[in-house]
Structure formats: C-alpha cells, structure tokens
Design a protein around this ligand. Structure first.
Ligand SMILES: Nc1nc2c(ncn2[C@@H]2O[C@H](COP(=O)(O)OP(=O)(O)OP(=O)(O)O)[C@@H](O)[C@H]2O)c(=O)[nH]1
Length: 430
C-alpha cells in the first residue's frame, strides 16, 4: 500500500505525540493542530479564536523572554533550529514544560511569506525527573559526575554535581568546559597516580578507585574517587562516579599509624618501628655503601629511682631523657624507647666517632641534669651506652644489635656512667 506523504507525516506526528504549530512571521497568522491544544487540556474550539496571542497568553510570563531570545538566536543564524523549553499553563492550572522546536520555511521568492513551523512536546515528566535527580545529587555527601575518555586519550566531563565547588573550588560549568581546571587542583604529588589509575581502568574496564589529595583555597584535603567504566561502541569509555571527602578517615588512619609506631610515654618511636628503619638503613648501606651508627643507651640503677621516688617520678625521668636525646640528634636519626629504660639511636650516614660524640654529650647532659623527687629531694641520673658503626661489613641486623648490646653491658660492668665503643666489626656474614 502506497501512503501519501501527508498521511505518513500525520502518522509520525501522532506517534510522537507532538503538537504542531505554524506561524507566519509577516502576518502573525497561526495554525495549530488539535494535539497542540490537547497537550494543554483544551480542544481548538475551546481556544477559538486561536491567534498568536493565544500562545502568548498560555506561556509562563517569566519564560516569554527566553523564547524570544531563542528565536532571535535562530533568526540571526546562530543555531540550526529554533529551540527552547518553556512552561505553559494547562487547563487544570498546572504548568507543563513544553519543548518547542521550529524551523523557518522560505519560499523561492523573496515576496513569499515566511513561515516558522515546528512542534511542541510535553517534557514535564523528564523535567521533574531531572529536577529530582539534581536535588538528589545536591543532597549526597559526595560529588557525582560523568567522565569520558576517547580512544586517543582525550578526556572531559559531561556532568558534574554542584558539590565540585566545595571539593575543588570550581563550578560544574567550568569543570565540564575544561577538565584540566579540575585536575590542576589535585596535589602535584598525586596527579600522576590519578592519571595512571584512570588509564588502568580504561584498559582493563575495572572499577576506578583512587585516594588522592586536593588543594582548594590553599587547604589540602583527602578525596576518594570511585567510578564504574563502560565502553561505548566507538571505543570511548564513560565512567559514572562519585568522589567523597575522606579527611576524617585519613586523619584516623594516620593517627593509628602514628600510634602503632610510637612509645606512648616519651613520644619516641617504639621497637617495632626502630627495627623496620634499621632493616631499611642496613639494606641501603648494603646496596649503596656508606656508613651508619647505632647507640644503645640504658639508664643506670633505674630500679633504685623507681623504688626511692615512685613510678611517676621514674616516668618523668624517662620523658625528660627522651627530650634530651631529641635535642642532640639530627632529623634523619631515629630514636626509640625499646624497653623500660632502654633506648636505641640509629644514625644514618654517621661515623663511629660522631656517634660516640653524641653519646658522650648525652651522658654529660643527663649527668648534669638535676631531677626532683616527690618530696623535693634532688637526685641525679647517669647512663651507660654502647656505640657501634657499620661501614663495609655485611652483618645481619640482629648481630649488629647484639654487638651494640654487648658494648653497653661492658660499660655497665666497668662501673656504669660511661660509653663503650665497638670498632671495627669483625666477622663478615652473608
Ligand atoms: N617509671 C618507669 N619504670 C619503668 C618503666 N619500664 C620499666 N621500668 C623499670 O625500670 C627498672 C629497670 O631495672 P633493671 O632492669 O633492674 O635495671 P637498672 O635498675 O636500671 O639497673 P642497671 O641497668 O643494671 O643499671 C625496673 O624497675 C622497671 O620496673 C616505665 O615505663 N616507667
């Protein structure tokens, strides 16, 4: 069966549910179809006489300017068609969102009338859904976005919720017009890792997850991004994702990490951390050469101090001694309380002589320090220490510690309040 073009056009329009309008720009005459009126709850007869004013009267006054602006843009040749979404009053009093599209139909002669013709589609449901989604996006604690990467590596955002202003200090419009504006806010030390993880997710199509720091108004914060990639038929990958602020989590994580390596009483490192650092230093020396030294310190007759003045006074001595060490070492040195009144100092890139000097300074410092007991009696504290240095010798960390301990106990045996130096180490080991 051969259908006429008119029948086919009518069937198509009926199928889309579109209302049609025609407007003569020269005479202001208008023609609307029945569906155009039905969309707003009327019949054409009810609206008769139908004029250009009928449309104006039904439009939301605040949206008229928008429609005129869109029309001017089209007539000025700045768009392929006239297009806008405006609100129109339904017979029942509701405002409906109407998507209006139109094109100018020119005759072949300049004296022929100019007709602007187009369609009306009711997009109220879409608008309401869009509004709900954007409300939802604003109420989420995180930022949601859509990110696209082309097969040639080019990337951009097609959607960004308002939260981007809080997290990155830029507007969604700025982020969508230039993704680089957002990436520039990522901490320089984390930027490469973020790009690498995106490239990974692009090639594996596995979920993208990344913790990174961001700098916003001079403040550094921690963010966590999670996004699910999906490959399109043309090869580009689209991620729908969310970014959350994880400052509290990171603070807690760093605090737990700090606590797990710290001696609570003195604030110095604990044995576990010290041994880790010692292993690292020994491995580096093994590989690159150089020298490092180790000092083992033990306060003399500490039990007697506790017995005479009480445990809290003993604690105060340990704390004070921790401060005295801290003042005499370099930032790169590692100081730990490894037992009750035992301390270890690791000094990378330090000769035996220099380490022995530090130990001797410390011995004198504690000797000259006056401590006060609970009944205001003054008392003195001394220390014994063993010093060892490791240069070319390959010894295990365990052996190094026990050599250092042996020196310390020699100092104890020889009367305390002294430093014993062990050099050179003997007995190379694999
Ligand atoms: N106040 C206090 N005392 C502690 C702490 N940890 C261990 N001690 C005490 O330190 C004392 C160590 O005593 P010893 O190992 O006998 O050594 P010392 O009395 O210092 O004798 P020498 O090391 O041989 O000079 C013990 O009495 C422990 O109870 C602590 O955190 N605070």
């Amino acid at each position: 069966m051969q259908l006429s073009p008119e029948t086919r056009l009518k069937a198509i329009l009926d199928g889309t549910g579109a209302g049609t309008w025609e407007w003569n720009l020269d005479t202001n005459d208008v023609i609307f179809n029945e569906r155009w009126a039905g969309m707003l709850g009327y019949t054409l007869d009810e609206l008769a006489p139908v004029t250009f004013g009928t449309w104006e009267r039904l439009c939301h006054p605040a949206d008229l300017a928008l429609a005129w602006k869109a029309l001017k843009k089209y007539l000025d040749g700045k768009g392929p068609q006239f297009e806008c979404v405006i609100r129109m009053r339904h017979k029942n009093g509701d405002w409906r969102y109407i998507h209006t599209r139109g094109m100018l139909l020119h005759g072949t002669h300049t004296d022929q009338p100019r007709w602007l013709m187009g369609t009306h589609l009711d997009v109220t449901e879409e608008k309401v859904t869009e509004h709900r989604l954007s409300q939802l996006a604003e109420s989420l604690p995180g930022l949601i976005y859509t990110f696209v990467m082309e097969p040639d590596g080019g990337y951009y955002f097609t959607y960004m919720s308002r939260k981007v202003e809080d997290f990155f200090g830029i507007t969604p419009e700025e982020a969508c017009s230039d993704a680089e504006l957002l990436f520039q806010h990522i901490h320089p030390e984390d930027r490469e890792a973020v790009h690498d993880s995106i490239a990974d997710s692009f090639s594996t199509l596995e979920q993208w997850e990344c913790d990174y720091r961001v700098i916003n108004s001079g403040m550094t914060g921690w963010l966590r991004g999670v996004a699910k990639p999906e490959q399109e038929p043309d090869g580009k990958v689209v991620w729908q994702g969310m970014v959350m602020n994880i400052d509290d989590e990171k603070r807690l994580e760093l605090e737990l990490e700090r606590l797990s390596v710290t001696d609570e009483l003195t604030g110095l490192f604990n044995r576990r951390y010290f041994l880790r650092k010692l292993e690292e230093t020994a491995a580096q020396q093994d590989r690159y050469g150089g020298e490092f030294s180790l000092v083992a310190v033990d306060l003399d007759h500490f039990k007697a101090i506790n017995d005479a003045y009480g445990h809290p006074v003993g604690d105060a001595v340990l704390k004070r001694f921790g401060e005295l060490i801290q003042r005499r070492v370099r930032k790169s040195d590692v100081v730990a309380r490894t037992g009750g009144e035992e301390f270890l100092i690791l000094m990378p890139q330090t000769s035996l002589e220099n380490a022995a000097q530090v130990a001797e300074d410390l011995r004198r410092a504690i000797e000259n320090e006056s401590f006060v007991g609970d009944e205001s009696q003054d008392f003195r504290v001394t220390l014994s220490a063993g010093v060892v240095s490791c240069m070319d010798e390959v010894v295990t960390v365990r052996d190094l510690l026990s050599i250092c301990d042996r020196s310390l106990y020699r100092a104890k045996r020889q009367g305390r309040n002294r430093i014993m130096v062990q050099y050179p180490l003997s007995g190379r080991q694999a």
